[in-house]
Design a protein. Structure first.
Length: 317
């Protein structure tokens, strides 16, 4: 019964889209620059207090040694978490001026350019970062906000290729996104990285109508993997493999609070419906994502980009 009500609600949302499409030529309200002043997604008072203290500590460490690259990176990351993205970008830019051959600054600045929908600038940063790490050994990247087990699951090169692939995906340049995700897969050395890269590469291949290749890609992910933080991506990959149904996964995620994790799963389900010819269901799911205030999540940004390509919500990136 709950599933039937959920699907009915999605159908109602889809039915409203004709009116929204008629408004597609109205003046655009959100440009890339206007994201600078958009309030950050809300967090609990406890989380806000923790981030405030972390930022104060990072600022003190930076002021004590402003030429320490690790201190600069930490300050930039701590500024970004509470939504001070322009300040974070300025700090990473300072790091680039001081340490032009340190790929980490381009990697982190590129990430925040994606947040602000400045996709071309993000691509430029990630390409520069990729050139700087070429031929070098990979390195573990410390988590700015550690997971429950306090075990970092990503590396510098993983994050460069992963975010470069995302930037190209958001632009609809799926050939270049695919090339980036293939490089990312080479440095996806643990289950969390593997399922994240597989998820985005699978969606990219589906957008290129390379379904057989997409299905073969899924052979690299087995059941029973120990996942630390990317459980949502893992569930999506299992769905792509036919081991879970999109409706059951949609019902499950509908019970979770809105947030980056839920958005990742919702976007993956919506993209699957779109790639399988159920456009209205996909659009309803994308609209559901955009009805929340979690505008910094990758699922939100991807849903936004897809709706623009479907000529339902113009946006400049």
């Amino acid at each position: 019964m709950k599933l039937a009500l959920l699907l009915t609600a999605l159908a109602v949302i889809a039915g409203c889209l004709a009116t929204e499409a008629a408004q597609a030529n109205s003046p655009q309200k959100d440009t890339a620059s206007q994201f600078l002043n958009r309030p950050a997604p809300p967090v609990s008072p406890e989380a806000a207090k923790r981030m405030e203290q972390q930022l104060a500590d990072a600022r003190a460490a930076y002021q004590a040694n402003p030429n320490d690259p690790d201190a600069i990176i930490l300050l930039g990351r701590r500024l970004a978490y509470p939504g001070r993205f322009k300040e974070a970008i300025d700090v990473f830019s300072e790091g680039i001026r001081k340490f032009p051959n340190d790929a980490r600054f381009h990697r982190h600045r590129g990430h925040r350019y994606i947040t602000l929908r400045r996709i071309d600038l993000a691509i430029k940063d990630f390409k520069r970062a990729a050139s700087l790490v070429k031929g070098k050994p990979d390195e573990l990247e410390p988590d700015g906000q550690p997971n429950a087990r306090n075990i970092p699951t990503s590396t510098l090169q993983f994050n460069i290729w992963y975010h470069l692939g995302l930037a190209y995906y958001l632009k609809g340049d799926y050939q270049k996104a695919l090339a980036s995700y293939r490089e990312c897969l080479k440095v996806s050395k643990n289950p969390d990285a593997l399922v994240a890269t597989t998820h985005w590469q699978y969606m990219t291949l589906r957008r290129l109508n390379r379904t057989s290749e997409a299905n073969r890609l899924l052979n690299g992910v087995s059941t029973g993997l120990e996942i630390i933080e990317n459980e949502g991506y893992y569930q999506l990959v299992l769905m792509y493999k036919g081991l879970a149904g999109p409706k059951s996964l949609l019902e499950l995620v509908s019970k979770q609070p809105a947030g980056p994790g839920a958005h990742s799963v919702l976007y993956g389900i919506g993209s699957w419906y779109l790639d399988n010819g159920q456009r209205n269901v996909a659009i309803a799911i994308f609209r559901k994502i955009l009805s929340t205030d979690q505008w910094t999540s990758f699922g939100f940004i991807a849903a936004e980009a897809d709706l623009e390509r479907l000529q339902l919500k113009p946006r400049t990136i």
